[in-house]
Each structure stands twice: as structure tokens, then as C-alpha cells.
Write a protein of this length. Structure first.
Length: 319
């Protein structure tokens, strides 16, 4: 016998976890906020110290929740621990490390728009590396997305590509996108285990990697001592990036996929640059230039073309 509905959904968080589309809005909202939060601390905390603080705190936060699942998945963890940690090193530490470095010299708006190309970069990489079939219109979508990123990185002047006159910050953000693309492609080989077990081990890999990166940074591990005198905004940002983009977004997106399926959940990623850009303008006071609108329109046109082609293909192949 099933429980009465009011018992199944008791509690605020229980009710939230039954709202797939709310979850699929919250996840990109928190991810988009990562850019805004990191930009708030530029000049107040070293990017490598921010990264290490985030990864260590996030790992400490998730371990108690993941512990029961880790015990059940221990055989898998023991066999694949190095690979699982590599996921965290690339997908979390390198991605955010490059992103935080880029934000030192580029705007949060630029960063948000450039991250909007991720779906197309992943589609293109799947085609090149794994020979996943792609229609001509999907390839066109990838090329449009790349053009939009190039327009953003050159601040509206594509001619600067010829002379390699690209803002170093935008270059780091593009490296971050490539790191996350690699991580996403590698997920097809992820060992089967509970999502919290995977997050705990991969976060541990990210924390170790981030601490090593901090150790080899110009300020070294001694920078940790400066946290004691850090202003409140720095601590607020560390808490935010360690909890919301790191853990809550992952859980919200995973639950959303569980409720409505991966195909219906995937377009929610397109909200990341939307929320990132809005936050940059509202919270940081950054200015939207004409090339931002043009680049965003080009990138979203590419995404829409690719998704339209994918849906059309799925309808044709369905019985």
C-alpha cells in the first residue's frame, strides 16, 4: 500500500525534490551564480586560494551525506579510485581553476556567454572523437556557437584572431570550457555507483588537485593564513561556491533528470549563461555591449538548430 500523498511530500525539501522543473531552474541558477560570486572577490583573494577553499570545503560538506553510499560502493571505489579522482581533477578543479583565473582579467558577462557554447562544444567533440553521428544542421550549430565565442573573446572584432589579440582572461575561460567538455565526454565511462559516492570521491580528487595547484602558485600554501583576515564577502563567496554550485546544483540536476529524463532536462543548461549574465549586470553592474547581444544570439541559434535537428531525428526513429 502506498503512503498518502501528504506523507510522501512532508517537509519543504521533500516537496522541492518532487518539482522537476523548479530543480532544473535552480541548478543552472546556482551554476550561473558561480561566475558572479567569483568576480565579486577579484583582488580580495587569490584565485587558487578560492579554488582550494571551495574544493576542500565542498568535500568536507558532502562526505557525511555520501558515507552510507560509499560503504555500499566500496568495491567499485577501490578498483576505480584513480579514475574517479581524475573526474574531479578535470571537471571541477581545472574547470573552475581556469574560470577563476580568467575572471581576473575578463568580465563575468563574457565568461557567462562563452560558457553558453558548452553544449555545442560537447556535441562537436562527440562527433570528432567518438564519431557520434551528427547531421549537417548540427555541425552548422557547432560552427555558429564557436563563432559566437570568438566574437565574445575578441570583443566584437573577429579580425583580432588573426593577430592573436585575444584577452588572456577570455582565453582561460575557453580553456575551462575545453576542460569541462573533456570531463563530460569521459562521463560515458563512469563506473556505475551512487551519485553521492561518485561526487564524494571525485570531489576528493578535486580537493587534492586544488591544494597542489595552490602549493605551486606564486603565493603558495602560506596564503591560507590570510583567510583569517579576509573580508566577509570573501567568506560568503567561499561558502556559496562550496555548497550551491558544487553540491546543490549537482543534486538538483540529477533529481531533475531522474524525474523527467535526460532529453527533457538537457536544455536547462542553456539557462547558465542567462543567469550568469543577468547576475553580472544586476549584482556587479557590468555593461552589456552590442557584441554581447550578437554573440549570444549566434550561440543560442546554434543550440536551437542542433536541438531541433536532434528532436526531428528522434521523432523519425520512434515507432
Amino acid at each position: 500500500m502506498t503512503k498518502p500523498q501528504h506523507e510522501q511530500s512532508s517537509g519543504f525539501f521533500a516537496r522541492v525534490l518532487e518539482q522537476p522543473y523548479l530543480l532544473l531552474v535552480l541548478a543552472p541558477l546556482f551554476w550561473g551564480g558561480n561566475v558572479v560570486a567569483a568576480k565579486l572577490t577579484v583582488g580580495q583573494i587569490d584565485p587558487f586560494l578560492l579554488l582550494a577553499s571551495r574544493c576542500v570545503l565542498a568535500t568536507s560538506f558532502i562526505l557525511p551525506f555520501a558515507w552510507p553510499h560509499l560503504k555500499g560502493d566500496w568495491d567499485v571505489v577501490r578498483r576505480h579510485w584513480l579514475v574517479l579522482m581524475a573526474y574531479g581533477a578535470v571537471g571541477y578543479a581545472l574547470f573552475n581553476g581556469f574560470l577563476y583565473l580568467g575572471l581576473q582579467t575578463t568580465t563575468a558577462v563574457n565568461s557567462a556567454i562563452e560558457q553558453g557554447s558548452l553544449p555545442m562544444l560537447i556535441l562537436g567533440a562527440n562527433f570528432i572523437i567518438f564519431r557520434v553521428r551528427a547531421k549537417l544542421i548540427q555541425i552548422l550549430g557547432v560552427l555558429l556557437a564557436i563563432t559566437g565565442v570568438a566574437l565574445t573573446a575578441t570583443h566584437g572584432d573577429l579580425g583580432r584572431i588573426v593577430t592573436l589579440d585575444i584577452n588572456i582572461g577570455d582565453g582561460f575561460v575557453m580553456l575551462a570550457c575545453l576542460a569541462y567538455t573533456s570531463y563530460t565526454l569521459a562521463l560515458r565511462f563512469r563506473p556505475k555507483m551512487h551519485i553521492l559516492s561518485f561526487m564524494a570521491v571525485s570531489f576528493s580528487g578535486a580537493a587534492i588537485t586544488a591544494v597542489i595547484m595552490l602549493a605551486f602558485s606564486p603565493g603558495g600554501l602560506g596564503q591560507v593564513a590570510t583567510l583569517g583576515s579576509a573580508p566577509p564577502v570573501v567568506w560568503a563567496v567561499i561558502a556559496y561556491v562550496a555548497i550551491f554550485p558544487s553540491m546543490f546544483s549537482q543534486v538538483a540536476y540529477a533529481r531533475g533528470v531522474e524525474l523527467v529524463g535526460a532529453n527533457r532536462a538537457a536544455p536547462s543548461h542553456n539557462l547558465i549563461p542567462v543567469f550568469g549574465t543577468l547576475g553580472s549586470v544586476i549584482i556587479l553592474g557590468e555593461t552589456l555591449e552590442a557584441y554581447h547581444f550578437i554573440a549570444a544570439a549566434i550561440i543560442f541559434s546554434g543550440i536551437l538548430l542542433a536541438e531541433w535537428a536532434a528532436r526531428r531525428s528522434a521523432l523519425r526513429s520512434s515507432p
